[in-house]
Design a protein around this ligand. Sequence first.
Ligand code: OAD
Length: 225
Amino acid sequence: MLTGAGISAESGVPTFREPGGLWDSAPVDKVATAEGFAADPPGVWQWYHERRREMSAARPNAGHTALAELEQRITAGGGEFTLITQNVDGLHVAAGSQSVIRVHGSLADVRCTRCEFRRHVGMGQIDDVPTCPQCGVPLRPDVVWFGEALPAEAWQAAAGACGRCDVFMAVGTSALVHPAAGLIDLAIDAGAKTVEINVAPTPASHMVDIPLRGPAGEILPQIVQ
Ligand code: OAD
């Protein structure tokens, strides 16, 4: 299972590439690159504080809850279920999903731009520009920015699961951002039955066996039923 911003849309969390989405109004090279952060930590943090406020107000929707239930049922029956998300909002865990692989990090975590310091800070208020207690430089959101590698352990776990799965679903993702979008190809190459759930067509729509058109919060509960 690969999820993207669309699964959280019904919780009020904005997506990135739809009309009016986050990348329409924010300069990606400023707020989502290491260079942009180095040039203006307060400005970039201001944008992420706004994202964190949106996310702290959001609650899991029927789509998140359905995936938690699906995991519970499949694992209770002795099966393997892997939830890989590109989302940094924490809503899968809030919905009760037990095992979530976050390939793009988490906005509830910060890390140092110089040393190995990392901390879970949650979605509550933090300093305007938090600084590292070890070396004093600005801490950054622990999310993956453009031009950066995905966390190695998370990526290996995600790719491994896709390479041995029987059924693969891509939910609420534009399937445009690599390497995450490449997980769909891995599942196809592994011979999995593939499903896409999305309100609009994507580049993956013609590749999957079953494209399902509609909101994740409506379709996923029906699948679980
Ligand atoms: P996008 O904003 O690119 O795509 C969101 C997708 O969700 C679109 O294909 C929508 O059609 C679909 N969608 C919207 N509402 C939906 C709903 N209720 N049910 C089902 N589908 C719905 O978001 P991502 O694919 O997650 O990376 O973007 C991937 C990455 O690009 C993000 O993780 C982020 C961004 O740059 C980083 O910040 C590192």
